[in-house]
Design a protein around this ligand. Sequence first.
Ligand SMILES: [Fe+2]
Length: 329
Amino acid sequence: MRNISQGYRAAATAKAVKAAGIEVKAVAGHIGAEITGVDLADDLDDAVVAAIRAALLRWKVVFFREQRLDHAGHVAFARRFGSPVVLPRRGSVSPPDVPEVETTADRLELPGRYGMESSEWLHRRNHTLLRRWHSDKSNHLDPPAGTILRAETVPPYGGDTTWSSLVAAYEGLSMPVRAFVDGLRAEHRLGVGYQPRPGDDAYVRHLLEHQVATAHPLVRVHPDTKERLLFINGYYVEQIIGLSRQESQAIVDMLLEQAVRPEYTVRFRWDSGSVAFWDNRATIHLAPRDTSHLDFPRIMHRVILAGEVPVGPDGKPSESLTGSEPGRW
Ligand SMILES: [Fe+2]
């Protein structure tokens, strides 16, 4: 059932798209649209930027195919939509001369950084299916507003990414549960579900020394669309503040199941040259694991856009618990 604001948004998107001469085709019922008729490496007109932005706000993640962006072009495109974040610490695979671009294969270096083989690292971080869903860096006080991920080399088959709409998830809750979660806050932190090594564990030391944790509203009001959304993900959230651990576990599991119901999701098949641009405030995503046993190279580059401090329905902003301050990465 469409409500008035959805009807208005659809009309606004259609108007912007018509003005820009691009085509936006929805991929799934609640989330995801593919945009054609635009070369992201061009110097884009303001009307095209406005149409992409309108489609992003309406569909939460937008896809482009057969693009020819290089690192500089990727950053230039991102700048039309916000401020690319310069991460202080990237791995050796990321391009050293373009600090806004992070190459995701960097993460293969993480186990070695903590003195582990990859298999042990995966075993200790062996998140349940629900806990692998995340929004990027939601443990920060001002999590990224958006992420633009570009595929350079992808497996010949498999390796799809899935996103879910947290707005649809919130709107799908019953009214009494909405009223209950509207007033709650949750702790977002690094290392949820990690199984420490007996004795010395370099990752546990890292967590103690460099923990970044924030109390965010469990229901967030989107700064642009003013939609309410269920601001939760399994990767960073274990504890709802003020509840017992037992209560928290049951409610977090229930809300995570709600957040990833298949009807709220969209799945994207990558090709070399594909670009996905998602609203990191209104979505969570699941990275693929189906080809990890096949040894295919997968080289993806991402640029994240700076975000704002979330605000709940009561108008109150998130609060840092430890190590988090605006603009600190
Ligand atoms: Fe991610």
